[in-house]
Design a protein around this ligand. Structure first.
Ligand code: NZQ
Ligand code: ZN
Length: 393
């Protein structure tokens, strides 16, 4: 196993009606002027935003609001948020929504705390942040884990470039997680979320560097839990316990817990998906499902023990036959699972049909984005990325 650092400073407040504690949590972390940042309007329609502002009004906490964070959130709104924060003297951010609203809030926080350069330079790997405005979250979709992660992912509209930036400065001070808030989600988004959650742990699981039995046991347990509860939610979207299992798994899948002791993970399925999200604006989880099977077959031979272990311990494949046969059966079982929750297993099913020119462009942007080559299950270069995009059609 490798040495590691595990830093999870986020105070989690989990359960029914926990959003009513938002004002006291903001006060606990010193917020006096708040930017409430949200997405395309689901929190308005559900009445959540009104309940939040009522709590802040009752506590005498000043705030401004900024909605409009779209899935694959845009840089232009980040700039708007930075200007608003400066003008209004905002000292605390409250993201109400999913990964897109949270990530957009993180980017706004970076922009305010690092006024000497353009915030995109972080996402363009040209600068390192020296701070971020403090952030609290009220989560409405279990998916990205952004409520406890150090990451944010932003799309620059010019050139359709989607890039992530990670630093501990952006980790939320608190995350309010009420599984009931996810019950208004469309079934498709619930399934996308389950896919993303599993992928955050699978990216850390398929490695060739450093593994711990404890980390593997946590990872495999988390994967089985999400897989089982995704199917329960497909048939019974109002099942509170299943919503709660998935929501907590979403945070643990991406706060570092399922990567302790390994080499940091593979992450190439995510990198390949980010180009799809940037170019075609697909839902992140669906894009991951569309790529994963092709990636898995492409890299399997270089990471066979992990694929075999995954097949047996997560997908329930029988331990008989050659290692290759067991590994392939595990990949096929995972694809069957995706189909069972109406997730795509290739780009056609995802609803995109890139031209050869676009495949070449995505592979090139992906290679540039990872600094040439990347991966742990197998190190992929630009040609490998193109091969995977082509095979996933
Ligand atoms: O925008 P609104 O109107 O709120 O609607 C959203 C959106 O259309 C809707 N929604 C969310 N909660 C809802 C709801 N609809 C009804 N009821 C609710 N309770 O669902 C749609 C998706 O929301 P979004 O926030 O985009 O989803 P998600 O949480 O999956 O975030 C996706 C973004 O996060 C990035 C992705 O790349 C993508 O840009 N990621 C961020 C990560 C991180 N920061 O750690 C890691 C991930 O790997 C990922 O890359
Ligand atoms: Zn993800």
């Amino acid at each position: 196993m490798f040495d590691f650092k595990y830093f999870t400073p986020t105070k989690v407040v989990f359960g029914k009606n926990t959003e009513s504690q938002v004002a006291e949590l903001i006060q606990e972390f010193g917020g006096t002027k708040i930017l409430i940042h949200y997405g395309g309007g689901s929190v308005v329609r559900s009445g959540l935003l009104q309940r939040v502002t009522d709590c802040l009004d009752a506590a005498g906490i000043a705030y401004v609001t900024l909605g409009g964070a779209v899935p694959n959130p845009h840089l232009s709104l980040v700039y708007e948020g930075i200007e608003l924060c400066k003008k209004e003297g905002v000292d605390f951010l409250l993201a109400v929504g999913g990964g897109s609203a949270i990530d957009s809030a993180k980017a706004i926080g970076y922009g305010v705390a690092n006024p000497d350069f353009d915030v995109w330079e972080l996402y363009d790997y040209k600068k390192q942040a020296k701070g971020c405005l403090p952030l609290g979250v009220i989560l409405t979709i279990a998916a990205t884990g952004s409520e406890m992660s150090d990451s944010s992912v932003i799309t620059k509209e010019e050139g359709l470039v989607k890039r992530g930036y990670s630093s501990d400065y952006s980790r939320a001070k608190f995350a309010i997680m009420n599984p009931e808030l996810t019950m208004t989600l469309p079934d498709y988004q619930t399934a996308c979320g389950c896919t993303d959650i599993m992928m955050h742990t699978m990216e850390r699981y398929f490695t060739n560097g450093g593994n711990m039995d404890l980390t593997d046991a946590l990872a495999e347990g988390l994967l089985r839990t999400v897989k089982d509860n995704a199917v329960i939610l497909r048939d019974d979207p109002s099942n509170y316990d299943a919503r709660a299992e998935v929501m907590w798994a979403g945070s643990l899948a991406h706060n570092g817990l399922t990567g302790c002791g390994n080499d940091g993970g593979d992450w190439m399925t995510h990198k390949l998906e980010h180009e799809l999200g940037g170019l075609y604006d697909v839902a992140h989880g669906a894009g991951l499902a569309a790529i994963w099977g092709t990636w898995a077959r492409y890299v399997m031979a270089d990471c066979l023990p992990r694929f075999k272990k995954f097949a047996i311990n997560v997908m329930g494949v029988a331990d008989s036959g050659t290692d290759e046969e067991i590994a392939i059966a595990g990949i096929e079982a995972m694809e069957d699972f995706y189909r069972s929750i109406n997730m795509p297993t290739n780009l056609r099913e995802l609803g995109v049909e890139p031209t050869e020119e676009e495949l070449v462009e995505m592979a090139h942007k992906c290679a540039v984005g990872v600094g040439g080559e990347m991966g742990s299950a197998k190190v992929l270069n630009e040609q490998d990325m193109l091969n995977i995009y082509r095979a996933s059609m």
